[in-house]
Design a protein around this ligand. Structure first.
Ligand code: FES
Length: 549
């Protein structure tokens, strides 16, 4: 320590706080973390702690190939071991871009030290020619306009320039906004932290306050296991529903909860979906507002106050206080952005879990972001075995397809993708786009971005790569979806499915060495949260802190 210019006055008798910083030069969502980490340190020093910044895998959603989901568990492993192998007493977790939030929290939970999650904050509203642009959602929308020949190349360039006007995470109700809200609802962030725009001075103050608070959390021995209970995860699921969350929430919350020893599953989401209305009017659910508007309307504490009768108010948080104390007096300042329960955006159904012979272990749909005519739909399957052939076919003007077809993509799951890429919003065939078609029933074992929308059935489990029924669908088979009944059905006889199964051959593994080799052998299915089996909280004896000799 002296080699770095410190003396015992700097560290002796003080909590040593690791700051896990997921900044990188290629992560625009975390670009401000380079400065914000100094504000965290300021808070730690003020409270009598000693900060140590430790870089962690950055997982930039827009740049990491083939998908950040392949590496979420790698970040979780890195976090767990960083906290175990360094001489630290607590941690500030700096993340926000999609998989960084669950990755940081899963690792810190397994490490067991007091930890506080610091969200990167959403970026400012997008703007183009006076129109408000939302991350992802408007990219998909204007890309379809481009494919239909209604937007020029120059205009597309302007959309690119206007859609991301500051550092920070996607400002629609995508996976980033969903997961940071969930982190706060579980109790792992300061109240209101997840709603503050990244470019707001309030974000700087929140960073400093998080630094101050973690020092006290160490003295209080306020570990994740004391905060993360079944009640707190049920709170998180209820809040996710009220927010109109990304479908990715299901996978991450199941994985996070199981790290904390809580057996959360698809049924918990389905139950919450039935009783918690969507009250956050944020794109892609509504068509007007973004996270910046949500912050001005009162942010997450105000939303939680609106649905407080559906929450466990005695759940503990990083403040050391209960949820009831944290949200007391939180007001809504704009009833159109944060609706009342009686004037909800959708009465129920932010997410729907479907089951049937095509998905025995479940699949997921987001009714709040699709046209209601697809709530009950039957149509002939048009099947693609991989993404490149699907892309080529949907661009073919002569493709034999109608608006009633069900587009099916397989080999896009945890093993087949690999990593369940966000391919689930299959492109509408160009021929139909030109006719004005903007939504179709689509089905896959992939995920989709929280900023995506449409009648997309996702996370089909078991995935096709391991021989799930999705592997047995033929083009022309009839597929039926009934959202009110929560069913999905492939209209093929059991005998015929048996014949197809007998003829099915398992594809060759995607990896024969390296991290992918570990991934291939230990990844769980979507309904299990896609964690590695050997990282589960009940796998083997707990790992202790290393001895120092
Ligand atoms: Fe980072 Fe969307 S790309 S949050």
């Amino acid at each position: 320590m002296k080699q770095m210019g410190y003396t015992p006055d700097d560290w002796a008798g003080r909590p040593v706080i690791a700051i896990l910083n997921t900044w990188s030069d290629i992560n625009p969502c975390h670009a401000h973390f380079k400065q914000r980490v100094e504000d965290v340190k300021r808070g730690i020093f003020q409270a009598g702690g000693f900060p140590i910044e430790l870089p962690a895998l950055s997982l930039s959603e827009v740049f990491v190939k083939p998908t950040t989901m392949l590496y979420r568990n790698m970040l979780a492993m890195e976090v767990e071991e960083l906290l175990r192998c360094h001489p630290v007493d607590g941690a500030v977790l700096m993340g926000g871009c999609d998989k960084t939030t669950p990755g940081l929290l899963m690792g810190a939970t397994s490490a067991g030290l007091p930890a506080i999650f610091l969200p990167a904050g959403p970026m400012l509203r997008g703007n183009w020619k006076g129109k408000v642009l939302g991350s992802g959602s408007d990219a998909w929308k204007y890309w379809d306009e481009r494919r239909a020949g209604k937007t020029t190349e120059a205009e597309w360039g302007e959309v690119e320039g206007g859609i991301a006007r500051s550092h920070g995470t996607c400002m629609t109700m995508g996976t980033a906004s969903t997961m940071t809200a969930i982190a706060e609802a579980i109790g792992m962030s300061l109240p209101g932290a997840s709603s503050i725009p990244a470019a707001d001075a309030g974000h700087i103050r929140m960073c400093c306050e998080s630094g101050r608070r973690i020092v006290d959390m160490v003295w209080e021995d306020l570990t994740p296991v004391r905060i993360q209970t079944r009640a707190s995860f049920e709170n998180a699921i209820a809040v996710a529903m009220a927010m109109g969350c990304s479908t990715n929430a299901i996978i991450h919350v199941i994985a996070m909860a199981r790290r904390a020893g809580c057996d959360i599953g698809l049924d918990d989401f389905e139950a919450a979906s039935r009783k918690v209305p969507v009250i956050a009017n944020i794109r892609p659910n509504g068509d007007t507002y973004l996270m910046e508007d949500f912050y001005y309307a009162g942010g997450l504490p105000a939303l939680m106050n609106r649905v407080c009768d559906r929450l466990h108010l005695n759940a503990l948080s990083v403040t050391g206080r209960t949820l009831a104390e944290n949200i007391a007096g939180a007001e809504v300042y704009n009833d159109d952005v944060i609706r009342t329960v009686d004037n909800a955006l959708y009465r129920e159904g932010a997410l729907a879990v479907l089951k049937g012979n095509l998905a025995p272990d479940g699949c997921v749909m987001k009714p709040s972001a699709c046209e209601s005519r697809f709530f009950k739909h039957s149509g002939p399957a048009l099947v693609f075995d991989d993404y490149p052939s699907m892309k080529k076919a949907t661009d073919d003007e002569d493709l034999d397809v109608s608006p009633d077809h069900v587009l099916v993509l397989r080999n896009a799951g945890p093993l087949g993708g690999p990593g369940m890429p966000e391919w689930g919003m299959l492109p509408i065939p160009r021929k139909l786009v030109r006719q004005g078609v903007r939504d179709m029933l689509r089905l896959s074992d992939a995920r989709m971005s929280g900023t995506s929308y449409g009648a997309c059935v996702l996370h089909v489990a078991p995935e096709s790569f391991v021989g799930g029924p999705l592997a047995l669908v033929h083009t022309g088979d009839t597929i039926s979806v009934d959202i009110p009944a929560r069913t999905i059905h492939l209209d093929v006889s059991e005998a015929e499915l048996g014949r197809r199964k007998a003829a099915w051959k398992r594809p060759v593994s995607k990896f024969e060495r390296g991290y992918g080799w570990i991934f291939s052998r230990h990844i769980g299915q979507a309904n299990e949260g896609c964690d590695f089996d050997f990282l589960r909280s009940d796998f083997g004896a707990p790992v202790g802190e290393p001895d120092i000799f």
